[in-house]
Design a protein around this ligand. Structure first.
Ligand code: GLC
Ligand code: CA
Length: 564
């Protein structure tokens, strides 16, 4: 298999608004990120994925870009960016930018011009349609509540938006749009020296040839636009063109956010011979606790489903494409609250277990700020406290309009699944506001910071932080973790997630207990002869015969000769 730096890297995701505030205005910024680079270096991450830092009115916290070549005033200046990338590179840390080109902000000059009329140079930069029978061209809902079409009185037409009305979708059919995007990407690579792109909702850029109504649910919910726009007819043409015009010219990490995509799609996006992307982010494992209301449900996780999905991606891409591995990001609740256990006796154990389960798989692991110290989700008490446009929209849909959930139910669901859980400020220490800001933070600090914070963990060899550090160091020391083949054992076991990795006659045996029950080792695993002296890493201090609650243990042994 081809060696690439991005296959061997560990990526640390930063949501700048919530990472570190340098000037006391309550909003994290670039100078704040620079001031914490040594922390990331100490952890051992090779690369930072920086969520959008471009100029933006912040309807969706930077995912609505008004100027692709300017830095958001809240975050600082271009000089601050240059300083950040210079300081990062000096430490051997690469910088991957968020690329948000499915849509722009409605404040972007392209949209401002486009809405003026049908015959100016920007008229076709967005997706405009006439009304059908006096209403929207289709009955699709956008991702953030309400119709996916908004009427623009100035132009006298509807425009399409997959997300908020302030995020109009760009028209990728227009070659001028594509050229603008490639120019801008080349500029960030050649002028600014960035090391890659995380491509926001990239599977949505090619729209269907015809726009048609979809079915309305029994509860009266209209269909999501996303199901009609993902993996569209020209998506691979566009990505191959982007590869030719930009990506092939540099040594970049590229990762496409791939909602609505299965393994077969991922092979097309990331196949080694395809000339498209390096890897993509699947949503399939994140959907294991979703139901007919999407993520807005309290449905618990059934472990065999998670194992099936993750194993399908592991074996499906093996030798042909590349996986990215994640539990947390700025759109997901905190994993230890979601699939671990935050009770004091299990919190650290379960956070380490989840980390082990993910980091021992084949693919590039992503750590989201705070995950490495076991940050937990927030207990939201009212809608007013929340910032996220998606949470507000879901409230309107599920509580106000369709009456599917009561206010209490929705608060519980948002506390479990909402995006703001990931966006409360990074917990640095026990000083006021967790050391994130000297001012008033833009989103409340999680009160857990008194016990869960970086300062308490950096020097503690038993901490979650130190455990992550160890996992990263192991990856650097053992190629089997990067390149080994994957095989799932005991697929139907409801507590244990067990798999092997094989490489050059060696084998890793990874055993993770997702439950608070003590279990005996299944016979098939005992037959592999795991022995205490083979332990590479474990979240319990002493070895034991049984598998204890939330235990994670990894054995390194000779692979069985018979290839079992
Ligand atoms: C992606 C981003 C998310 C954003 C959306 C629209 O899913 O990760 O934060 O709201 O795209 O840009
Ligand atoms: Ca600030």
């Amino acid at each position: 298999m081809d060696r690439k730096w991005w296959k061997e890297a560990v990526v640390y995701e930063i949501y700048p608004r919530s990472f570190m505030d340098s000037n006391g205005d309550g909003i994290g910024d670039l100078k704040g990120v620079t001031s914490r680079l040594d922390y990331i270096k100490d952890l051992g991450a090779d690369c930072i994925w920086l969520c959008p830092v471009y100029s933006s009115p912040n309807v969706d916290n930077g995912y609505d870009i008004a100027d692709y070549r300017q830095i958001m005033a809240d975050f600082g200046t271009m000089a601050d960016f240059d300083e950040l990338i210079g300081q990062a590179h000096a430490r051997g840390i690469r910088i991957v930018m968020d690329l948000v080109v499915n849509h722009s902000s409605d404040q972007h000059v392209w949209f401002q011009e486009s809405r003026k009329g049908r015959d100016n140079p920007y008229s076709d930069y967005y997706i405009w349609r006439d009304p059908v029978d006096g209403h929207e061209p289709t009955n699709w809902m956008c991702c953030f509540g309400g119709p996916a079409w908004t009427w623009d009185a100035q132009r006298g037409q509807y425009y399409f938006h997959e997300f908020a009305a302030a995020q109009p979708d760009l028209n990728w059919e227009n070659p001028k749009v594509r050229e603008e995007v490639y120019d801008m990407m080349n500029w960030w690579c050649s002028e600014k020296g960035v090391d890659g792109f995380r491509m926001d909702v990239i599977t949505l850029i090619s729209k269907p040839e015809t726009f048609e109504d979809g079915p309305v649910s029994a509860e009266g919910l209209r269909p999501d636009a996303g199901q009609y726009t993902c993996n569209g007819p020209k998506i691979h043409d566009y990505l191959r063109e982007m590869h030719r015009e930009v990506l092939s010219r540099y040594d970049l990490l590229t990762v496409g956010e791939a909602s609505g995509s299965g393994v077969e799609d991922a092979l097309l996006y990331t196949g080694f011979d395809r000339g498209e992307l390096g890897m993509c982010f699947t949503f399939e494992h994140m959907d294991c606790d979703a139901d007919e209301h999407g993520k807005w449900t309290m449905k618990p996780l059934y472990l065999p489903n998670l194992k099936r999905v993750m194993s399908r991606w592991e074996t499906g891409l093996e030798g042909r494409g590349w996986n990215s591995l994640y539990w947390d990001n700025h759109d997901q609740p905190r994993i230890v609250s979601r699939w671990g256990n935050t009770a004091p006796q299990w919190w650290a154990l379960s956070a380490k277990m989840l980390a082990t389960c993910l980091h021992m798989m084949q693919g590039t692991p992503y750590i989201y700020q705070g995950e490495e110290i076991g940050m937990v989700s927030f207990n939201w008490q009212s809608l007013q406290e929340m910032n996220d446009v998606e949470e507000h929209a879901a409230w309107e849909t599920y509580v106000d309009q369709a009456h599917i959930y009561t206010e209490e139910e929705m608060l519980a669901i948002i506390s479990r699944k909402g995006r703001d859980n990931a966006r409360t400020p990074m917990q640095w220490d026990t000083s006021p506001q967790a050391g994130f800001t000297t001012g008033t933070p833009w989103l409340p600090v999680n009160p857990s910071y008194k016990t869960i914070n970086a300062a308490a963990q950096i020097h503690d060899p038993d901490s979650i932080y130190s455990y992550y550090k160890q996992l990263i160091a192991l990856r650097k020391a053992h190629e089997i973790i990067i390149y080994g083949d994957y095989r799932l054992l005991e697929p139907e076991d409801e507590d244990l997630f067990i798999y092997t990795r094989r490489y050059e006659g060696q084998q890793l045996l990874v055993i993770c207990n997702f439950s608070d029950r003590t279990r005996t080792l299944p016979d098939s695993v005992r037959a592999l002869g795991p022995a205490p002296e083979q332990i590479l890493i474990s979240n319990y201090r002493e070895a034991a015969e049984e598998i204890r609650p939330y235990e994670a243990v990894v054995y390194k042994q000779a692979a069985p000769a018979d290839g079992r």
